[in-house]
Design a protein around this ligand. Structure first.
Ligand code: COA
Length: 169
C-alpha cells in the first residue's frame, strides 16, 4: 500500500473527532498530553483513511481565527509510516487553509523531530528561527512558516507570535 490508497478528508463528525483524539493520545514522540477541548476547536481536522475506512493518521489546523493559522496534532499510525501520509495530510491542510483565507501558516517543531521538519520543508515551509521552549524545559523549538498570500509581513507576524521567547543559543 502507498499513499495513493489513502484518502485525505475533512473530519466532519464527533465520532471521527473522538477517534482522531484517541490516535493522538497514543503518540509516541514524547508530546505533551492532548488538550481535548482545544483540539475539538481546531479550525480543521484532516483524517487519513484507508480505502476500507480505517483511520491511520490525522492532523489539524489548530484553534484560532484570522489570517494566521497554526499546524498541529500530526500523527500517523506506526504501521503506516514512511508512505507519504504525513506529507498528504500536510498538503491537504495547506489546501484547506487557502480556502479559509489564511495568509500565513506556521508550525513549531522540537529540534529532535527530524521527520516532522523534513515533512514541513517538503511541503514548502521555510525555517524561521529556533527558540527555547516556553515551558522552561531547555528544549529547542524550531519555528517554520509558509506564506499563502503575497505581501504578507512574515517577519512582523512571526516576531509577534514568538513574543518574549528566548532565541536558542
Ligand atoms: C512525524 C510523522 C507524522 C511522519 O509521518 P509519515 O507518514 O511517516 O511521514 P511521510 O511518510 O509523509 O514522510 C515525509 C518525509 O519526512 C521524512 N521522514 C519521515 N519519517 C522519517 C524518519 N523517521 N526519519 C527521517 N526522516 C523521516 C522523509 O524524508 C519522508 O519522505 P521520504 O519517506 O520520501 O524520504 C510520524 O513519524 C509520527 O506520527 N510521529 C509521531 C508523532 C509526531 O512526531 N508528530 C509530529 C509532531 S510535530
Amino acid at each position: 500500500m502507498n499513499h495513493n490508497d489513502i484518502q485525505f478528508v475533512l473530519c466532519q463528525s464527533a465520532a471521527e473527532l473522538a477517534a482522531a483524539a484517541a490516535l493522538i493520545d497514543q503518540r509516541d514522540d514524547n508530546a505533551h498530553p492532548l488538550d481535548h477541548q482545544a483540539f475539538a476547536q481546531s479550525r480543521a481536522v484532516i483524517l487519513a483513511k484507508t480505502l476500507e475506512g480505517e483511520m491511520v493518521g490525522c492532523a489539524a489546523i489548530k484553534a484560532g481565527s484570522g489570517p494566521v493559522g497554526e499546524l498541529g496534532y500530526l500523527v500517523v499510525s506506526p504501521l503506516y509510516r514512511r508512505r507519504g501520509i504525513a506529507q498528504g495530510l500536510t498538503l491537504k491542510r495547506i489546501e484547506v487553509a487557502k480556502t479559509q483565507g489564511i495568509a500565513l501558516l506556521f508550525a513549531t517543531i522540537r529540534d529532535e523531530n527530524n521527520a516532522s521538519r523534513v515533512n514541513l520543508l517538503k511541503a514548502g515551509f521555510h525555517f524561521w528561527r529556533n527558540y527555547l521552549s516556553i515551558r522552561g524545559t531547555g528544549n529547542t523549538v524550531g519555528w517554520y512558516y509558509l506564506a499563502l498570500q503575497e505581501s504578507v509581513d512574515i517577519d512582523g507576524i512571526m516576531q509577534s507570535l514568538v513574543g518574549d521567547r528566548v532565541p536558542a543559543p
